[in-house]
Design a protein. Structure first.
Length: 355
């Protein structure tokens, strides 16, 4: 009588963590529906498929049968890039974006050499990690020069999350490259650590982005934003232009406009965006964001100095002065004055002669 052969499988702690990661990826894809999150959904889809294949391989003790899983080491890098690129400047999908997948397509023809594919995947992810950190750095420079609410658009939390994720992935890629020579116990522990970090980071990104749907609103940086070319006698011209611009802004009180951008100020003044940016940067020695927020901060302190706030709360006065949110107001206030708004007002109210 022939015995029915049941497939052998093992289910370890590493497998459970991978299952949690797959759940996170699926949950994130279903939860995040804003256009800017399309890149993240693609990244979660790629990570979910890669983890599912890896999980299947571990649970059912498959090895060469699922060598195609190694190709995902060359797909994750583009996934990170699409996520950050979409978050910074959302654009419709273009077929030319698929050029990033060319190395993965080539790798399909050398699946019999999985360690070579993994090695190139390691280099690919390191290269894309560098690119996305540069993207975030350039983005931060752009929002400083283009908006007056840069603190609300800051992506440092995304940058730090991506740094942690990239470091954990590099750690896992080192494990994959050394897999033929390291003991199984070390391999198992390494998988637990790297996948555990991936679960934490993906959970953080999904929850954070879902809680902050207003972080970007409909704002989008101009694609052609560039620094103006330097002009002859730049300092003198810039200072003169800045003084005229400053006088106009103060007279019209445009700095009180919520979510004021360089483009809006250009429409109000009739001056070119590059000219305004150049005048403020060179003549005013500040970025557009810092310049406008310093004016708002001065307005805020003057109202409390003169008690011209009709018993309004600190937040109400801050919003009335043009600040975008409580968090951005607190950041600007602490950065410029070295204390929190409540500490400042407490100190001022305790001075002799004040009631």
């Amino acid at each position: 009588m022939n015995k029915i052969m049941m497939p052998e499988y093992t289910f370890s702690i590493a497998s459970i963590i991978k299952l949690l990661l797959v759940f996170n990826c699926v949950y994130g894809c279903l939860l995040l529906n804003r256009p800017r999150y399309t890149g993240l959904k693609w990244l979660l889809l790629i990570a979910g498929l890669a983890t599912t294949l890896d999980l299947t391989q571990n649970v059912f003790n498959l090895h060469q049968e699922l060598a195609i899983a190694t190709v995902f080491t060359l797909i994750l890098g583009p996934g990170y890039y699409w996520f950050i690129k979409g978050l910074i400047s959302p654009v419709k999908f273009q077929w030319q974006n698929l050029k990033h997948l060319l190395p993965a397509i080539i790798a399909l023809f050398i699946l019999n050499q999985p360690q070579i594919v993994i090695a190139f995947g390691t280099l690919s992810q390191l290269a894309y990690g560098y690119v996305i950190l540069r993207l975030i750095k350039n983005y931060h420079k752009a929002i400083q020069s283009e908006t007056s609410f840069a603190e609300s658009l800051n992506l440092n939390w995304v940058k730090y999350a991506m740094v942690v994720l990239i470091l954990s992935i590099v750690f896992d890629l080192i494990r994959l490259n050394l897999q033929p020579v390291i003991p199984n116990d070390i391999n198992e522990v390494s998988q637990i650590i790297s996948n555990g970090i991936a679960v934490i980071v993906t959970s953080f990104l999904v929850i954070k982005l879902n809680q902050l749907p207003e972080i970007f609103s409909d704002f989008s940086l101009p694609q052609d934003a560039q620094a103006p070319a330097e002009q002859p006698v730049a300092d003198a011209l810039a200072e003169d232009m800045f003084q005229q611009l400053h006088q106009q802004i103060m007279e019209q009180r445009w700095f009180l406009t919520p979510r004021l951008t360089l483009r809006m100020l250009s429409e109000l003044t009739g001056l070119g965006e590059k000219d305004i940016s150049w005048a403020i940067n060179t003549g005013g020695s500040a970025s557009f964001n810092d310049y406008i927020n310093k004016l708002r901060l001065t307005e805020f302190t003057q109202r409390f100095e003169q008690k011209n706030h009709n018993q309004m709360s600190i937040l109400d006065v801050a919003l009335d002065c043009g600040f975008n949110s409580k968090s951005s107001f607190n950041l600007v206030f602490k950065r410029e004055l070295g204390v929190t708004p409540s500490q400042y007002l407490k100190t001022r109210n305790s001075e002799p002669g004040r009631t």
